[in-house]
Design a protein around this ligand. Structure first.
Ligand code: HEM
Length: 134
């Protein structure tokens, strides 16, 4: 298999994980905080598997193009920081204060951070979609 095919395959896995991650995040957030129902066991485990795959596939792509976060790639640094913020906000949504307003705020912020990361991915610039406006 040539390197281009491998790269495109991993990129497809990466983008699929990104789509699955945000869909599950939204569904779980609404289920727990709006419908106020408990989560099935698998719905607590699968998102961690997907987010780990998302990070692993992203890092593999980064190594294949010789761009490394915190070393020689500002847009990948922005993605990693964004991913940490997205995961941290996710913990607030699912394990944070009992006040649902804080959880809702964290959920909206997490989705905004996610949109920012997609912008960074598409433009390959830390400014994300703002790049088109600047
Ligand atoms: C929530 C987290 C993330 C999301 C939503 C995300 C999303 C995406 C998307 C949508 C693409 C395709 C962009 C395009 O071609 O138009 C992409 C590509 C890529 N991502 Fe991520 N990503 C995330 C995290 C990461 C992390 C943590 C890394 C590495 C440290 C990473 C590295 C890459 C690389 C190297 C590409 C390939 C760029 C290219 O060749 O076009 N991503 N990502």
């Amino acid at each position: 298999m040539d390197i281009g095919t491998l790269y495109n395959g991993i990129k497809l896995v990466h983008m699929s994980c990104a789509g699955a991650s945000v869909s599950l995040f939204t569904a779980r957030g609404l289920w727990v905080n709006v419908a106020r129902r408990g989560l099935w066991r698998w719905l607590r485990i699968v998102p961690h598997v997907i987010d780990t795959l998302l990070l692993a596939s992203g890092l593999t792509l980064a190594f294949l193009i010789h761009q490394y976060p915190f070393f020689n790639s500002d847009w990948l640094t922005a993605k990693v920081i964004g991913l940490i913020a997205y995961i941290a906000l996710g913990t607030v949504v699912f394990r944070g204060p009992s006040d649902r307003r804080w959880r809702a705020l964290a959920g909206v912020l997490a989705l905004l951070v996610f949109a920012y990361i997609v912008g960074v991915a598409v433009t390959m610039r830390p400014t994300g979609f703002l790049h088109f406006a600047l």
